[in-house]
Design a protein around this ligand. Structure first.
Ligand SMILES: [Zn+2]
Ligand SMILES: [Zn+2]
Length: 447
């Protein structure tokens, strides 16, 4: 089994961390338990030079950071986190163009099987727009024509529509997208085989649309800093190569494709409708009742993913297709620790405990999904075991995100805080220890 997180950004993309270089991605991938990381931004000329200089091909279509670059940070790596890391050539392209009378803004992820193919693709795009201004280039280029360039570049290159439900920059987005993939990609639609569902939706939500049945639902972190890697991701049992990954998604074969790691969709920053400036978070019913306008200022609210999915859905909840890929919901470990200590994720206390746990148990994915809760309770605190237990059996409380504000997944309740000292004294741990499951049926209990 290996995890791949293939849509993220380098420090050449706008509004991203300066530490998004290959050394840090290589290091953080190991802390997180990710084996294959997207290079991101390969169309950026300077970033591409870095890729050429620092990477060597390790398996067909996958690259490894050269020792001289990986070594310095790896010296600080908890030994139990040590693992192989590979890079796959990826880039997100932002297309802004007019079609059928409306301005469209759509993001797509492009995958290339070699540095040579990537260079050829970038040379084509350089004729259309400026690739130096942003690691995620903004081009006046119809998505259909972008896909055509991808297909003409290399027979194994492919394109996946990115975070398809995001209101402002997605193929099915409410503000500037389309109502179907066909309307966007036209005659080339059959060349698509996967869509990225984004942080604000999960497979059951996407299963409400029969038009998505033939696509593999994939997930990535879209990280803008190394520590955000794997907040969503993909689990493979395939051969470790570009072709193994492509085949898993193309065939949807459960022997090699094991589904996704997901945010609870309520945690995504566009889950519900609303207006951030006024602090108005609204359900679809509430925004319909107000005519889609903010009750405070009267401006148009941003339609969230939940509303948009239900607008385009042709099925009811519970009637989704049966062959849906498995998935697990995760909450980043620093977020659970922040709730344990009632402190911010970036505080010294949370960060120190995060690394202490990684030294003891290994990478973050294994801690969140495998480490026995009893051991976590004994080594850290019973509250941590409770929080992780709740994530594992999806009995968390959620405050939904809206209009660019992230939601909050509450893994620890006030009752837990009151109860646990007693439980600890009695040698017990959290509330969920007999009910640990990771299954495709898991749905969050949203109160
Ligand atoms: Zn994007
Ligand atoms: Zn408002």
């Amino acid at each position: 089994m290996f995890i791949a997180d293939l849509h993220l950004h380098s420090h050449y993309s706008r509004a991203t961390s300066k530490t998004l270089d290959l050394e840090n991605l290589n290091y953080w991938a190991q802390l997180k338990g990710v084996t294959v990381v997207g290079t991101a931004d390969f169309t950026h000329p300077e970033w591409f030079s870095t890729l050429e200089e620092q990477l060597d091909e390790a398996e067909p279509g996958l690259y490894k950071l050269r020792d001289e670059y990986s070594r310095p940070l790896e010296e600080q790596l908890p030994s139990k986190c040590r693992g192989e890391v590979r890079f796959m050539l990826t880039v997100e392209i932002s297309s802004i163009y007019k079609k059928n009378g409306r301005i469209r803004k759509v993001h797509n992820i492009v995958f290339m099987p070699s540095l040579l193919a990537a260079a050829k693709f970038s040379a084509e795009l350089a004729k259309i727009g400026n690739l130096k201004a942003d690691g995620r280039p903004i081009l006046r280029l119809d998505c259909r024509d972008l896909l055509e360039i991808v297909l003409e570049t290399h027979p194994d290159a492919f394109l996946v529509p990115a975070h398809i439900w995001t209101p402002h920059f997605a193929v099915l987005g409410a503000a500037s997208g389309f109502d179907s993939l066909e309307e966007c990609f036209e005659d080339l639609t059959p060349h698509l085989f996967a869509v990225e569902t984004g942080l604000s939706s999960d497979p059951p939500m996407n299963g409400l649309l029969s038009q998505l049945d033939r696509y593999t639902l994939i997930s990535n972190s879209d990280a803008h800093s190394p520590a955000k890697l794997m907040r969503e991701g993909n689990i493979f049992e395939s051969e470790l190569s570009y072709y193994g990954i492509k085949k898993a998604w193309e065939t949807d074969d459960p022997d090699i494709w094991r589904g996704t790691i997901e945010f609870f969709p309520e945690a995504g920053k566009y889950h519900l409708d609303g207006h951030r400036k006024c602090g108005e978070r609204m359900t679809p019913e509430e925004s319909a009742a107000s005519g889609g306008l903010c009750p405070t200022c009267g401006r148009k609210v941003t339609e969230g993913v939940f509303n948009r999915v239900h607008t385009l859905a042709d099925r009811h909840v519970g009637m989704q297709r049966e062959d849906m890929e498995p998935f697990i919901h995760l909450v980043p470990l620093t977020e659970v620790l922040g709730q344990v200590f009632q402190q911010g994720e970036n505080t010294k206390k949370v960060q120190a405990e995060y690394f202490r746990l990684l030294h003891q148990f290994g990478n973050e994915f294994s801690i969140l999904t495998e480490t026995p809760l009893e051991e976590l309770a004994a080594f850290s605190t019973p509250l941590l075991a409770t929080g992780i237990g709740r994530v594992r059996d999806s009995t968390v409380d959620a405050i939904s995100g809206y209009d660019g504000v992230y939601g909050v997944i509450k893994t620890i309740t006030d009752e837990d805080r009151d109860l646990l000292p007693g439980l600890e004294a009695a040698g017990e741990i959290g509330l969920c220890k007999d009910n640990i499951q990771v299954s495709s049926e898991a749905t969050p209990t949203v109160k």
